[in-house]
Design a protein around this ligand. Structure first.
Ligand SMILES: [Zn+2]
Length: 356
């Protein structure tokens, strides 16, 4: 019997402009997330933004950063892997060029999209894609193999979904042994001053596909498997109902003690945000961002329709960020509901591909 295979993921980082605290925006909410998942028998994949980690490590060693954030992160990731969770690679390249005065980070937003980086960079070798993937993989394997000897870094998700133009990124992934990407959100398209992606050409009739030089173009002999983030159409009334639940239940958007600003919503008025939320015709499956349990169930319901239509196991990748994970009760209710559903299983990228 075909099933919806739920794959929980979280992009592990502070805010894109360098605001937010590691303890309150990453460590604590990630632990909340992990405990809830474990309570219901599920595990997650943490997409670790390693660029900010390198910056935290370097600045602590120089003595500019007073707290050893890199060490907090290392301990948490090792602990999670020992508890059966997975940690894979994520980049926010604006951290590859920064200034830090001991208080505020000044990041280079020209590097926001990984797609703008060169395959090899003669002036700044560490910004070359090949070097970046090599160093990222080495950092993760050095950190995690001591606690799990067969740990392998082989899955990637681009920061802010902004991988395009992706040809060189995919080449660097292949050269460094990456065989799974999970960046694409079929049907979605977005552009502002920083973030830019267009996944409208992604296939909607396949659970996953193999790619070579284009994220949205299935290639039979592609060596990287694209396992997309799940998305579904959301009619206006449905969006309005979910928004009403959020506000009626006063579901918090950020965890306690986590203050920081998302660069994309900076300066946007409340009404503009509400209007944008209601008029979105297709949404990705998130279990953070103050999402009510009903919206998560709606997403799984839509996934089950696809399972029956295609009659295949469907990877249903859900995304979140610790910095916007404060809807713990809603997530708890949702997970308990999942356990009681027929044809819904908790899975991971590797288990899904193995057919488990
Ligand atoms: Zn990210």
């Amino acid at each position: 019997m075909a099933e919806a295979k739920l794959i929980f993921t979280t992009d592990y980082e502070i805010f894109g402009n360098g605001s937010g605290s590691v303890e309150h925006c990453m460590i604590k909410p990630t632990e909340d997330m992990a405990r809830l998942l474990e309570k219901h028998g599920a595990r997650m994949t943490v997409f670790f933004d390693i660029c900010e980690y390198w910056a935290f490590k370097a600045e602590f060693e120089k003595g500019t950063l007073s707290e050893n954030w890199a060490q907090l992160i290392e301990s948490q990731l090792q602990d999670l892997v020992q508890r059966g969770h997975d940690v894979q690679l994520h980049f926010h390249p604006q951290w590859l060029d920064y200034e830090f005065d001991g208080q505020d980070w000044k990041l280079n937003f020209d590097l926001w999209r990984i797609g703008v980086l060169k395959y090899e960079d003669e002036t700044y070798p560490e910004r070359g894609l090949d070097q970046l993937f090599k160093r990222g993989k080495e950092t993760l394997e050095t950190l995690l193999q001591p606690v799990k000897s067969d740990y392998r870094c082989h899955i990637f998700r681009a920061g802010a979904w902004s991988m395009q133009p992706e040809t060189d990124v995919l080449r660097a992934m292949r050269e460094n042994g990456f065989d799974i990407d999970s960046t694409v959100v079929p049907g979605l398209k977005f552009e502002d001053n920083f973030t830019k992606y267009d996944f409208t050409a992604a296939p909607k009739d396949r659970p996953h596909w193999t790619i070579q030089s284009n994220l949205c173009q299935p290639e039979l002999d592609g060596t990287i498997t694209e396992i997309p983030i799940f998305s579904a159409p959301t009619p206006l009334v449905t969006n309005a109902a979910f928004l009403w639940m959020k506000s009626n239940r006063k579901i918090a958007f950020k965890p306690d003690g986590c203050s920081g600003t998302a660069i994309a919503t900076e300066g946007k008025g409340k009404w503009r945000k509400i209007l944008e939320t209601i008029t979105t015709s297709r949404k990705m499956f998130t279990f953070g961002d103050a999402t009510p349990a009903e919206e998560m169930k709606y997403m799984v319901g839509r996934a089950l329709r696809e399972v029956h239509r295609m009659n295949v196991n469907l990877p249903v990748v859900a995304i979140s960020h610790p910095k916007t994970f404060a809807n713990t009760e809603e997530f708890d209710v949702f997970l308990a509901w999942c356990v009681g559903q027929k044809n819904v299983e908790f899975s991971t990228y590797d288990n899904y591909l193995k057919g488990e």
